[in-house]
Ligand binder design. Structure first.
Ligand code: NAP
Length: 295
């Protein structure tokens, strides 16, 4: 079955996390294609600005201030989208997400709940009211933005890593319920992207820990005479947005690893966790040193 959706004016696309980063780039790209847009985020001023920009490109846009980690607000976003666009919803991009930075023993229960609420529970809150509509249309696509850490792991953000693994599992399970319904589901797994994400993580900014860990890893690799850990090139939000548009217009039927080198890392970890940890050793030790130095 071909579940491709073209992003013309007949198509309604809902995007969460549309006030910054990947969500903004995606909203701009889809606005240019002429689809009708429903956008949500918590920061009203930022969201209004993005919505106005998309309208200036000719798009019909609904903007809803909502915290998708709160069930009633996430559900209301879907309901308002359906009200506004004549009961249609073709594409739902669950993109809103927040990271975290703390060792397992330093992670509070509050942070754990928060990580799962925004990154995982959002999916149920949004998908439950959206699916009956998409199934009735026999046309729809649920896209969830997970992360490379939905497949592998980096240290000192286990709550986020576990939550993003859950996103991958959710989409895999959802797909098995959707065969031959005309509704598609895809998980997108980016590695590093130049957005606000690495600075607004709960606990402390994980971007700084990574930067310091990478610097220290060079010395560790040199002192031990071992290769540096494989690092991936950062990408821009617009690069990821383009890949998401491709996913919608041509569903790949597989999990999407957006960055060069991701496939090799994932295959290595699947083959042997120990092999992966050895390859990453300078970075893992460098990040541990950096984390301990900040305690
Ligand atoms: N940047 C990376 O390196 C990277 C790598 C892998 C995966 N990802 C994933 O990519 C997705 C997009 O992140 P980004 O890189 O674009 O980061 P970003 O610039 O921080 O954008 C995150 C967006 O999510 C929204 N958001 C956060 N919590 C929310 C909540 N409770 N309710 C509603 N909206 C919420 C934020 O808006 P408000 O603050 O206004 O609510 C913002 O619009 C996330 O799921 C992230 O985990 C990012």
């Amino acid at each position: 079955m071909n579940n491709a959706i073209s992003l013309g004016p007949e198509t309604v696309v809902a995007i969460t996390g549309a006030s910054s980063g990947i969500g903004v780039a995606l909203a701009e790209l889809i606005a240019e294609r002429g689809a009708r847009l429903a956008l949500c985020a918590r920061r009203a001023d930022r969201l209004a600005e993005i919505a106005a920009r998309a309208r200036s490109r000719g798009a019909d846009v609904l903007d809803v201030v909502a915290d998708v980690s709160v069930e009633s607000e996430a559900t209301a976003f879907v309901e308002q989208t359906l009200d506004r666009f004549g009961g249609r919803l073709d594409v739902l991009v669950a993109n809103a997400g927040r990271g975290h930075c703390a060792a397992v023993e330093d992670t509070t229960t509050e942070q754990l709940h928060s990580m799962f609420a925004v990154n995982v529970y959002q999916l149920w809150y949004l998908v439950r009211p959206a699916l009956p509509v998409m199934k009735a249309q026999r046309r729809g696509h649920i896209v969830a933005v997970s992360s490379i850490v939905g497949k592998i792991a980096y240290p000192f953000n286990a709550a986020y890593v576990a939550a993003k693994h859950a996103v991958v599992g959710f989409i895999a399970a959802l797909r098995t319920e959707l065969v031959e319904t005309g509704v598609e589901a895809t998980v997108v797994c980016p590695s590093g992207v130049e957005t606000e994400w690495a600075q607004v993580t709960e606990g402390s900014p994980i971007g700084e820990l990574f930067a310091e860990g990478i610097a220290r890893s060079r010395t560790i690799a040199h002192d031990r005479g071992i290769p540096r850990a494989p690092l991936q090139r950062m990408m821009k939000a617009a690069d990821i947005a383009r890949q998401i548009v491709e996913v919608i217009e041509s569903p790949p039927g597989r999990d999407v690893l957006t960055h060069e080198g991701s496939e090799q890392l994932v295959q290595m970890a699947l083959r042997s966790r120990r092999e992966y940890e050895q390859a990453m050793l300078p970075l893992l030790l460098g990040m541990r040193q950096a984390y301990e130095a900040r305690r």
